[in-house]
Design a protein around this ligand. Structure first.
Ligand code: UD1
Ligand code: MG
Length: 490
């Protein structure tokens, strides 16, 4: 929610190249916590209740715009990357107040928040505090700053004796005394509605030839306006990921933040450094997460669930008391209360398990509805199938759903017993309480209560082994001493 009284527009600078990533992917599209970095900035802007969000693109513009399509943001292309001042002006031209869209919109008194596309760790709550501070102090220009023992690389915040911010000095133009300043510019600002007009007066920097958005500070001062710094408590929030190690650090910070939140809310993470849990995932009380577990997307885990080591669970719903055993992979599955799954199980999209279902090792399900109490303990493929309550699916059962071109549906009733190593050639219907003899290839429907046997008949040929091995006694005695002795006794 936007708790300010003025509307808020947000400009996200995301046109820079980021050469240090050494990547074909634009820097701001590298993911942290399962989302492209720039998407975190968009999410924060939207959580603040921004009236409009403009993303300034340049390097890899088409890719960045495609990645953010459908999020409701507006794009402004910066033709050449001539510095943050130029990037800001490109973005400002796309704001509703600029009048550029229809030519008739009047400039209004919206505040403008500037964010970067490569600082994914900024908390919306911090930005909200900054906005509140900006308004409470009637500031025209508020700079988000932090303090580091060594702020090399950043613009430094220079204050006068009264503590007022007077200048921002970039690394390249800083004196030794200025380089010793620990307070740095994060690059995040809140500005009043005059900013675009003032930014047009920025001239190229004499050292680098770039347009510096930081020059806005002097321009506000010249206009007689008040500027302030808002100091961050946790400087991790403005940590920008410039290369792959920075990306991994950002990931680790975010992971700790999310995992700590879950632990405080009553979730046990046995070795939290090994767990990746996206911020979209919900976990109930007394969930236990074993080492190596990865939870992604819209996964919802109810209370009392155990997630076994190295399981990867995406977009799945786990009801209360479910036990997922080690090394299971779930994607788009629903698992009913009290069910157990794995180890080494794979539930693919459209798998819907009722209560108390048992899925054992090396069982794969896809588009499969298994009603309460179904058991598939070992080595099965269950695709495009419904299975009624209490049905037992023997080891090695295959639902052969694919004819080479099309998929076909199979429906198995309740209380059915499927013997081991059976194949049900789809489309098939198996009635309630039917039996399937082990090793059957079921190519006809089975009526309720019937036993289906679909396999060759067994024939025992007496004395066959003696004749077979007896024909090669010499080799048998060299290689199979037990069998050679047995032959001697015949
Ligand atoms: C900028 C600030 C510096 C601050 C630092 C914080 C200026 C002049 N300096 O420096 O005071 O300490 O950020 O990280 O603003 N971008 C564009 N188009 C451009 C140039 C940059 O979109 O033409 C974007 C980049 O993609 C990036 C952001 O603006 O997201 C910052 O650019 P960057 O080149 O990293 O600025 P710094 O030199 O680090
Ligand atoms: Mg930078």
């Amino acid at each position: 929610m936007n708790n300010s009284h003025r509307p808020l527009d947000v400009i996200i600078l995301a046109a820079g190249q980021g050469t240090r990533m050494r990547s074909a992917l634009p820097k701001v599209l590298h993911p942290v916590g399962g989302r492209p970095m720039v998407a975190w900035a968009v999410k924060a802007a939207q959580e603040l209740g921004a009236r409009s969000v403009v993303v300034v693109t340049g390097h890899g513009a088409a890719q960045v715009e495609a990645a953010l399509a459908g999020t409701g943001v507006t794009f402004a292309r910066q033709a050449r990357q001539q510095g943050t001042g130029d990037a800001f002006l490109s973005g400002a031209g796309a704001l509703p107040s600029s009048g550029s869209a229809s030519g008739s919109v009047q400039a209004d008194d919206a505040d403008i928040l500037v964010l970067y596309g490569d600082t994914p760790l900024l908390r919306p709550s911090t930005l909200r505090e900054m906005l509140t501070d900006h308004q409470a102090r009637s500031s025209a220009f508020t700079i988000l700053t932090g303090e580091l023992p060594d702020a090399t690389g950043y613009g430094r915040i220079i204050r006068d004796e009264a503590g007022n911010v007077t200048r921002i000095v970039e690394q390249k133009g800083a004196t030794d005394a200025e380089k010793a300043v620990r307070e740095f510019n994060s690059g995040v600002y809140v500005m009043d509605a005059r900013a675009p007009q003032l930014a047009r007066q920025i001239v190229p920097n004499s050292v680098t030839g770039e347009y510096y958005l930081t020059d806005l500070l002097a321009l506000y001062h010249a206009a007689g306006a008040a500027a302030h710094a808002f100091k961050l408590a946790d400087i991790d929030e403005v940590m920008g990921a410039n290369d792959r190690t920075g990306l991994a650090e950002a990931e680790a910070i975010l992971r700790r933040r999310i995992n700590t939140g879950h632990m405080r809310a009553g979730v046990t993470l046995i070795n939290p450094d090994t767990n990746t849990i996206e911020d979209t995932v919900t976990l109930g009380q007394d969930v236990t997460v074993e080492p190596g577990v990865i939870l992604r997307g819209n996964t919802q885990v109810a209370s009392g669930v155990t997630l076994g080591a190295y399981s990867v669970i995406t977009d799945s719903v786990l009801e209360s008391g479910v036990v997922i055993k080690a090394h299971s992979v779930l994607n788009g599955a629903t698992v009913g209360a009290g069910s157990d799954v794995g180890p080494f199980a794979r539930l693919r999209p459209g798998s819907v398990l009722g209560a108390g279902v048992h899925i054992g090792n090396f069982v794969e399900t896809k588009n499969a509805r298994l009603d309460a109490g179904v058991k598939a303990g070992h080595l099965a493929y269950l695709g495009d199938v419904t299975v009624g309550a209490e049905t037992n699916i023997g080891a090695g059962t295959i639902i052969a759903n694919f004819d080479g071109v099309n998929k076909h549906q199979t429906n198995v009733g309740a209380g059915v017993f499927i013997g081991s190593n059976s194949t049900l050639i789809a489309p098939r219907t198996v009635g309630d309480a039917a039996f399937i003899a082990a090793g059957s290839a079921i190519h006809d429907d089975i009526p309720e209560g019937a036993l289906a046997i679909a396999r060759g008949k067994q024939r025992n040929m007496e004395g066959w082994s003696r004749r077979y091995w007896g024909g090669m006694r010499e080799k048998v005695s060299q290689k199979l001493p037990w069998l050679a002795a047995w032959l001697e006794r015949q």
